[in-house]
Design a protein around this ligand. Sequence first.
Ligand code: SAM
Ligand code: ZN
Length: 279
Amino acid sequence: MTKLQWRCPVCSKALIPYGRSFSCANRHTFDKAKEGYVNLLLAHKKKSADPGDSKAMLLSRRTFLERGFYEPLVQALAKRIQTAFPQPDTPLSILDAGCGEGYYAGKLKEILGAQAQLIGVDISKAAMQLAGKRYPEMQAAVASSYAIPLPDDSVDVVIRVFAPALDDEIARVLKPGGLYLWVYPGAQHLFALRELIYDTPQPHGEHMAVTAGLGLEVQSIDAVSYPLHLPDAEAIAGLLEMTPYYWSASAEKQQHCRALAELELGVDFCVVQAVNRPF
Ligand SMILES: C[S@@+](CC[C@H](N)C(=O)[O-])C[C@H]1O[C@@H](n2cnc3c(N)ncnc32)[C@H](O)[C@@H]1O
Ligand SMILES: [Zn+2]
């Protein structure tokens, strides 16, 4: 399937592939990394030297996710995409905004097959190194979801799982009629884990789930909730190390968590489904 054209982060003109690099008409040039991704994050736009998730967090997340603990979420996302785009032969461009090490994009490609062209952006270079290596078919760029290096009206679907983004920017890159699936933690998400880490754990606050950005119309806000049994210390460690909670926990609490042989948890995802209206 033809790849989407990246947009130059300096002047917004189209980036044309040329050998192992991309150049725009104004000769701004960006090299492809050996893992296949392109770094389109401009140095002066970085808020830190190495923004986004670290390699250690990404690897823990990969180990955890690949054991299938969040598989019901993948299935829920795939079902929504297939319902919105029921023609199995129509090409579908799907952007994973803040894709991390690429698990959701990789799984969606597996489920949707040849029809799907997956594009991933993440602000973390380590994320794109891991994603590029594991999912060579995915079109990948280091970039911010606040300034997505894609043209206006260019993608059919945007998924966003536990990652920051700007509604107006999502609406800009989505085609009219395009589908936006935004997943964030519901009130009870992993509450048992937070009980282990905090003295007085609070449920996740009510999210501002109204993505009333430019042209986006919310169709539904649903929970994907289920009990989860983590059967061994490795699974518990993986979950701990991929969440921000863990890094704020005391050494004593971390130690306590690591000593657990199994853990019962509640998974509680909130899935917002919105459509980008024709203007
Ligand atoms: C909690 S992780 C979720 C990753 C992936 N969606 C998943 O569920 O496995 C949040 C991700 O957002 C990325 N991120 C943070 N700020 C970002 C930004 N401004 N633009 C794009 N990605 C960002 C981080 O590097 C990290 O990979
Ligand atoms: Zn340019």
